[in-house]
Design a protein around this ligand. Structure first.
Ligand code: SF4
Ligand code: SF4
Length: 98
């Protein structure tokens, strides 16, 4: 039978978030942490300036074959910095599911 959580000491805890090899952070889908919403890009208005790509603290924005910079929602945490920094305001933060 498992010990009650109040009786487990820190010495018995499994280490978490371990970088065991370069690039293994990709395995953690940090986008699952989002709670409020995610960015949606209006590519009709995007000028492909890459400001969103530069400012994203999670490196969650990727350039597609057409040269547009779009959020990868597996990793985007929904902070809204990209929407704030976009010079033409073509990124809107929308509720999950939209
Ligand atoms: S909302 Fe935040 S984490 Fe998501 S793409 Fe924009 S800057 Fe990156
Ligand atoms: S900051 Fe705005 S205009 Fe610039 S690439 Fe990103 S979405 Fe497009």
């Amino acid at each position: 039978m498992a010990k009650p959580i109040t009786q487990i000491t820190w010495k018995e805890l499994e280490p978490g978030c371990v970088i065991v090899e370069p690039g293994n952070a990709r395995e953690y889908r940090t986008g699952d942490w989002r709670t409020v919403g995610h960015p949606k890009v209006d590519t009709e208005r995007c000028i492909k300036c890459a400001q969103c790509y530069i400012f994203c603290p999670d490196a969650a924005i990727e350039r597609n074959e057409q040269g547009y910079f779009l959020p990868n929602l597996y990793y985007c945490k929904g902070c809204g910095i990209c929407a704030h920094e976009c010079p033409v305001k073509c990124i809107e933060m929308v509720p999950e599911g939209e």
